[in-house]
Design a protein. Structure first.
Ligand SMILES: C[S@@+](CC[C@H](N)C(=O)[O-])C[C@H]1O[C@@H](n2cnc3c(N)ncnc32)[C@H](O)[C@@H]1O
Length: 307
């Protein structure tokens, strides 16, 4: 995976026009290689094709690397017996990205009572009954569009009794969307962390957009260990939407992050095909797990202590 980078050189805009059956796998592979800025354009009049857009930092990716990536991703179509995607590549500035990507993003109802609202839009009158989560994800992951994010948000909404007045840990906070959802549903306080400094500043900014200062949404740079000073004897709720191998690596720290009596954890970011391995890992560490929900190829695991 290419290394982290600065904004200096702008972006590659990668576009695949492909069958909708390929979309999920394409987005998954992009996420795996560290490309988080993606969008899917669906134009009804174009029928059975979608355009998957992805933006990669030019300081991190050479032209040769993005072209190689495109070639390797084109082979995904064959798995679904779909026609090979049509690929195009262009250069964009961050400003062009910001305006073109923002154009694709609309107010997004999640679950029964949540609305992810792009920070630059007004709440549509027909959605005013929903709890509004104002968001500008900047360069961080987490617009609420991705199934793994939605699964966690819906779990929070479905367990408001658990979330109310809770101390919540948001490990791998991205845009801060999960912690902000928990606060909107009545959590007392959220401790969030991310290894990406950009995600840390974005989460803080999004917290402020929703009226939450550091006394309610504490965002720290780092991973599980960076959260320990903020959780006392353990949080009531732990959320972690990160890829399966990372979840398995971080799992030994869950016992310090989450109350072992009465604590409730949710893990997403894993594929259904990876759920067994993650469940086994957590069971070995003494947690009781359950496949709580799925969306497309993605799984949500719930976990609690046995006692
Ligand atoms: C899939 S995104 C999830 C973002 C947001 N929580 C959501 O649900 O949409 C995963 C995030 O975890 C962060 N991350 C990856 N490895 C991590 C680690 N070991 N510790 C903490 N954060 C990590 C990434 O930088 C990224 O922002």
């Amino acid at each position: 995976m290419p290394s982290a980078s600065s904004r200096a050189d702008g972006l590659w805009r990668l576009a695949w026009t492909c069958s909708p059956v390929v979309e999920d796998s394409l987005l998954w592979r992009l996420e795996q290689v560290g490309i988080h800025h993606t969008a899917t354009v669906r134009e009804p009049h174009r029928g059975e094709v979608v355009t998957v857009l992805a933006w990669a930092d030019r300081q991190a990716w050479s032209e040769q690397q993005v072209r190689q990536l495109a070639v390797s991703l084109a082979t995904l179509a064959a798995v679904f017996q779909a026609p090979a995607p049509r690929f195009s590549l262009a250069r964009q500035t961050w400003e062009e990205w910001s305006s073109s990507w923002k154009r694709h993003w609309r107010p997004d109802p999640v679950g029964n009572a949540l609305l992810v609202l792009p920070a630059w839009l007004d709440c549509p009158p027909e959605q005013r009954h929903r709890r509004v989560l104002r968001l500008d994800p900047g360069r961080a992951f987490g617009t609420g569009e991705h199934p793994s994010t939605r699964l966690c948000m819906e779990a929070l909404e479905g367990h408001q009794g658990v979330v109310k007045d809770a101390l919540v840990v948001d490990l791998g906070c991205g845009s801060g969307i999960l912690g902000i959802t928990a606060l909107a549903l009545g959590a007392a306080r959220v401790a969030a962390s991310d290894v990406d400094p950009m995600a840390v500043s974005t989460s803080r900014e999004n917290g402020a957009l929703n009226g939450h200062g550091p006394e309610r949404l504490q965002v720290v740079h780092g991973s599980s260990k960076a959260l320990l000073p903020w959780v006392g004897f353990g949080a009531d709720v732990l959320l972690c939407n990160i890829l399966a191998p990372v979840i398995m690596e971080l799992a030994p720290d869950f016992a310090q992050l989450l109350k072992t009596t009465g604590g409730q954890g949710w893990l997403s970011g894993l594929l259904i095909s990876q759920a067994d391995a993650v469940q086994k890992r957590l069971a070995d560490l003494g947690w009781r797990t359950e496949l709580a929900d799925t969306c497309q190829n993605w799984a949500l695991l719930a976990f609690t202590a046995w006692s």
